[in-house]
Unconditional design. Structure first.
Length: 138
């Protein structure tokens, strides 16, 4: 894995099987302020403190972090990248980047696994029976 200096706000991540370094430099933060139409860094921090991120938010955050670390990548290219764990994996990377940049107290968002909980057998069987009955024609 690429050496990332967390004291400088860098993290390392594997995206689509390739190792990348990400960093939210002042330029990257200015890009995010503009992208999110926030007036200053405090407003940006307040936005991230909610812990609510859309897919577009993740693309913008990861894109700014990749570019801040010197990677030449567009947001359209970022949108096609994949991480282990799917969308939750991408969210984990974005939250780690924000946490290294702003500190844990300023970033909400412990990413929960998105695997569905197992359905109890009785409920599953009842759902299957109901679905089968709906497809029968008189």
């Amino acid at each position: 894995m690429k050496m990332a200096n967390r004291l400088r706000g860098e993290i390392a991540a594997i995206l689509s099987g390739q190792e990348y370094k990400l960093c939210l430099t002042l330029g990257a933060l200015a890009e995010l302020e503009n992208s999110f139409a926030e007036k200053d860094i405090n407003a940006l921090i307040a936005r991230f403190a909610t812990g609510r991120f859309s897919s577009s938010d993740l693309i913008r955050i990861l894109g700014a972090g990749l570019r801040g670390a010197g990677n030449r990548v567009t947001d359209d290219q970022v949108a096609t990248l994949q991480a282990q764990g799917g969308a939750a994996g991408m969210a984990k990377i974005a939250i780690e980047l924000l946490t290294v940049t702003f500190g844990k107290e300023n970033v909400a968002g412990d990413v929960v696994e998105t695997s569905p909980a197992p359905i109890p057998r009785q409920e599953r069987d009842a759902d299957l029976e109901l679905a089968g009955a709906e497809h029968k024609h008189p």
